[in-house]
Design a protein around this ligand. Structure first.
Ligand SMILES: Nc1ncnc2c1ncn2[C@@H]1O[C@H](COP(=O)(O)OP(=O)(O)OP(=O)(O)O)[C@@H](O)[C@H]1O
Ligand SMILES: [Mg+2]
Length: 296
């Protein structure tokens, strides 16, 4: 499916909704524009607010392959682009040697050239996304990579092509739909930002979060869902080190469901806190807050 079949922000919101991803007007608009203008979409926001899930949902909604590049400290261009399959090159060389020994003369230059044939090329995510076009390229947690890698990304995202010295230039027939996510552990460079359309994803409001949980975990009753979301929304306001994201809401709702909980009470919520709070420093404060909320 081509990306220009998406007619409007409402259209993309509808398609994403069918995959179970619920977005508000602002996110739908920026996603629509990113598709239309063929610009990368940079998503920042608190952990667990659906940044990665958006890229997955776009791929699903447009029926495009998703190619994921997970960034980490120390990642370099090789890990994003391509490698040569060294063991297979060696085997190929052995085969050539054997052929040479049996009398069929082997041209050294030809032999060398044949080592850098496309079949020995291991495409890493960025190259794979260009080759598989149209595709969705998810550059996840780009803030973990360093400046140099950002510069490399900027170049790829400006030209949608890469050059491989031994083979030549690989260009995408259709530019991939690119989604970059960042948890903002550091500020990205202006040059990269300028290339992208930007959107900050906030924690969802009460009604939207209820809808999200209903869509992702339909097995949990509406009543329990409302209670869980109500509590989580309040917990986000008490200044925790790591406020729970949608991911934690989902985990907690599912955990309670597995325990056969019909309505939330203090004892069950205390027992299932591990699904919701992942910082020891936060546990006590959450416990106190729950005490106030649920004791009545
Ligand atoms: N708007 C939404 N609609 C449907 N599901 C959502 C939505 N937002 C979040 N989720 C669900 O919440 C979970 C967490 O989302 P996701 O992993 O995309 O968060 P993230 O922003 O990438 O977090 P992190 O910064 O930790 O990587 C996923 O299971 C995702 O499906
Ligand atoms: Mg993520």
């Amino acid at each position: 499916m081509e990306t220009d079949v998406v007619a409007s922000a409402a259209d993309i919101a509808g398609r994403l909704g069918e995959t179970g991803y619920l977005c508000d007007d602002a996110l739908a608009t920026v996603a629509f524009l990113a598709l239309r203008m063929q610009r990368p979409l940079l998503l920042e926001g608190e952990p667990g607010t659906g940044k990665t899930a958006l890229a997955e949902a776009v791929a699903d909604a447009l029926d495009l392959p998703l190619v994921r590049l997970q960034c980490y400290e120390g990642i370099d261009a090789t890990q994003a682009l391509y490698d040569w399959d060294f063991p297979r090159q060696i085997l190929h060389l052995r085969a050539l040697e054997a052929a040479g020994a049996s009398g069929d003369g082997v041209d050294v230059q030809e032999a060398e050239k044949s080592l850098y044939d496309e079949r020995f090329l291991l495409a890493r995510p960025v190259l794979a996304a260009l080759q598989q076009s149209p595709a969705v390229l998810l550059v996840d947690e780009v803030d973990r990579a360093d400046d140099e890698f950002e510069a490399f990304l900027l170049e790829v995202l400006s030209t949608y092509q890469v050059s491989i010295p031994e083979l030549g230039t690989v260009a995408a027939a259709t530019p991939p739909v690119v989604v970059l996510t960042s948890n903002r552990t550091r500020e990205l460079h202006d040059a990269l930002k300028r290339r992208c359309l930007y959107h900050w994803i906030d924690h969802p409001g009460l009604e939207r979060e209820v809808q999200i949980v209903r869509s992702r975990a339909p097995e949990v009753s509406e009543e329990l869902t409302r209670q869980v979301v109500g509590v989580v929304q309040q917990l986000r306001e008490i200044g925790l080190q790591k406020p729970p994201g949608v991911a934690e809401t989902l985990d907690w709702a599912r955990a309670l469901h597995h325990l056969g909980t019909a309505t939330l009470d203090l004892e069950t919520s205390a027992r299932t806190l591990g699904a919701l709070v992942k910082y020891r420093e936060d546990s006590q404060r959450v416990q106190q807050a729950l005490d106030q909320m649920l004791r009545a």
